[in-house]
Design a protein around this ligand. Structure first.
Ligand code: URA
Length: 216
């Protein structure tokens, strides 16, 4: 199917950001990278996954979630009938922190204000699924604990934020698998329940609002 001009423009804008990321020198992480990892997927994805940052394999290939965590993410997507080409996957920081250490506040602030928020504005996902605590920390209060709030959708800014465990945490602790898989299974319901940013023009004004999700 031919893509609309709007979609072409959005794709070009996203690719321009990816080019900026590949040349970025705004924080010290660039000094250790092999490849920056801007993200992968559909420009008009309903679901945006935000992980923490590239690891060894992602740094080698320039693609997000291509190591063990990525294989598990693919498996989880497969269980709900999706592939990575049908969503968008990116990270809080786009360059690998040395020895996979936690990203620092300055690195997170620089990378998200310069790139992630612009990517979100272009993709306009209905659901932002956060993978792990650093990603969750961007959209949820600082005292939020992943073990308590995973799988609890939160509606704000016309979309749904959905906190999930990081796939690597689930691989390390297989007891988390049933929760992770149950959280994934709700994802398509969340997409269906998310309100579009702009209602379709032919929608009658007096139509009752769509059923609300039970959100906290
Ligand atoms: N872990 C992440 O958080 N992101 C990746 O891209 C890979 C592993």
């Amino acid at each position: 199917m031919a893509s609309t001009p709007d979609l072409e423009q959005r794709r070009a804008a996203l690719e321009a950001i990816a080019d900026e990321i590949r040349q970025c020198t705004l924080c010290p992480l660039y000094t250790g990278r092999t490849h920056a990892v801007p993200g992968y997927g559909r420009v008009d994805a309903d679901i945006l996954f935000v992980g923490e940052g590239p690891g060894y394999h992602e740094d080698q290939q320039g693609l997000p979630f291509v190591g063990q965590s990525g294989h598990y993410l693919d498996e989880l997507l497969g269980k709900i009938g999706l592939t990575r080409a049908e969503v968008f996957i990116t990270n809080v920081v786009k360059c690998r922190p040395p020895n996979n250490r936690d990203p620092l506040p300055l690195e997170i602030d620089t990378c998200t204000t310069t790139y992630l928020h612009r990517q979100i504005a272009i993709i306009q996902p209905k659901v932002i699924a956060t993978l792990g605590r650093f990603s969750m920390g961007l959209f949820f209060p600082p005292n939020a604990r992943i073990t308590r709030i995973h799988g609890q959708p939160h509606r704000a800014d016309g979309r749904i934020y959905y906190p999930l465990f990081h796939p690597a945490a689930v691989l390390r602790n297989p007891n988390l698998r049933p929760d992770m898989e149950a959280d994934f299974k709700r994802m398509l319901d969340l997409v269906a329940a998310a309100q579009p940013e702009v209602p379709p023009p032919d929608e009658p004004e007096d139509e009752p609002p769509p059923r609300q999700l039970s959100l906290f």
